[in-house]
Design a protein. Sequence first.
Length: 136
Amino acid sequence: MILLDTCSLLWLVSNRAELSPGAVRAIDGARQVFVSAASAFEIGTKHRRGGLELSSEPHAWWAAAVARLVLVELSITPAIALASTALPTTLVIEGRAIEHKDPGDRFIVATAAIHALTIVTPDPKIAAYPSTSVAW
């Protein structure tokens, strides 16, 4: 079972060609595809700030995407919120220590850990979290 990160969800909805062949295989082969409430937050925030154009307002866009793709929504529970705060803020990517405090990514990583999901993402920061399974 897989969890889409925010950019993978956006590409799946609007431009599937942006997804890697490995991401497409993971999505197409999954019994269920999950999305986190964190992605709804990130999409709404980016849209409000003018950094993301959507075909409709965020609420309608989200509902249509979830329905059309038959996605399973996962809430941010207290356990997920607390697990996200326990994740390291310094990650090692290509031998370099990088500070990473993005709350959206942290919620997605914690959600995947708690639900034993593989995250579909091209983001090397998400992939750098310990014990995180990633498909791309």
